[in-house]
Design a protein around this ligand. Structure first.
Ligand code: ZN
Length: 308
């Protein structure tokens, strides 16, 4: 009997959480300042309540809300007839209970899939046009994200960064409003005063949240972490026996010109890309698929005809 694959945060998920620490500290400061007038005698109450509130990301209802915010919909009966047996097959390969996961569909003409929250596995309507075994491999990749905690880590990071991010947005909005007001008055004094006010606002914001200065460093590191997560999810799919089928899908993407579009992008876009190039993924996947892995039992699936 095959051992159940353990769900645990891998290095990519842990790295993503660690990179969030500066922003989360700023969030903590914001929440503390917000709570101060409400509970001046118990300053720790708001920060603690907010930290505990992170448990909300574990609720199944949160997954449904997230799916809706990603513009996903429930599959139709016909789509379920295609997707449910494939998800069951992937879960069987990983010795997991398929009832844990929730299938959603994204209306899109692009072949795509995503893992959201703790349980959502979504595919685009275009992906439903893949051969069933290829679609199964895509589901295996998304399951890999869930098993490695990628989707959960992203959600936790988003939740705990929210107060800091909202505050930064508010500061930008106020700064923009001050500049617009200064320009509307059409006097040199008003312009200078508004510029000085915005500069002072920026100094206060940076003093309160020094993490803002780290954004140019953290953003590419987060993107790098995301690209590592993609390769890890590919590896999980390969370990479950879906390597050759996933290769087919990646080769199709490459043939459709995904890498060409990427190569034309500027350095900044490439540094902030959340996914590796198809060529990189194919190269890594070939290594994983041909190297002996920890779950050779699951790799029996790679022996079935791929039709390629
Ligand atoms: Zn992925």
């Amino acid at each position: 009997m095959r051992a159940t694959r353990r769900r645990r945060f891998d290095l990519s998920a842990v790295s993503e959480l660690l990179l969030a620490v500066p922003t989360v500290l700023s969030s903590l400061l914001v929440v503390t300042l917000l709570g101060k007038p409400v509970t001046p005698e118990v300053l720790w109450l708001f920060p603690v309540l907010w930290l505990v509130s992170g448990a909300v990301v574990l609720l199944p209802a949160t997954d449904a809300v997230l799916a809706l915010t990603h513009r996903l919909r429930r599959p139709t009966r016909a789509e379920k007839q295609v997707l449910v047996p494939l998800l069951e097959s992937v879960c069987d390969a990983a010795a997991l209970d398929p009832r844990r996961y929730r299938l959603w569909v994204q209306d899109s003409r692009e072949i795509n899939a995503m893992a959201v929250g703790g349980r959502v596995v979504s595919v685009s309507t275009a992906a439903l046009g893949l051969r069933p075994e290829q679609l199964e491999a895509v589901l295996a990749h998304e399951l890999g994200h869930h098993l490695a905690g990628h989707a959960r880590a992203s959600l936790l990071r988003w939740w705990y960064e929210l107060p800091a991010r909202l505050t930064v947005s508010l500061v930008f909005l106020v700064g923009w409003g001050v500049l617009v007001a200064g320009a509307a008055l059409k006097t040199r004094l008003a312009m200078v005063a508004s510029l000085l006010a915005v500069a002072a606002l920026a100094v206060v914001a940076v003093a309160a949240s020094p993490w803002v200065l780290l954004v140019p460093v953290i953003a590419p590191l987060l993107a790098l972490t995301s690209r590592r997560a993609e390769l890890n999810a590919d590896r999980v799919a390969a370990e479950l026996g879906y390597g050759p089928l996933l290769l087919e899908v990646l080769q199709r993407w490459r043939n459709e010109g995904h890498d060409v579009i990427r190569a034309r992008a500027g350095l900044k876009e490439r540094m902030l890309a959340s996914h590796p190039s198809c060529t990189s993924r194919i190269s890594k996947l070939v290594q994983t698929t041909t190297a002996p892995g920890p779950e050779s039992g699951g790799r029996h699936r790679s022996l079935r005809p791929t039709g390629a």
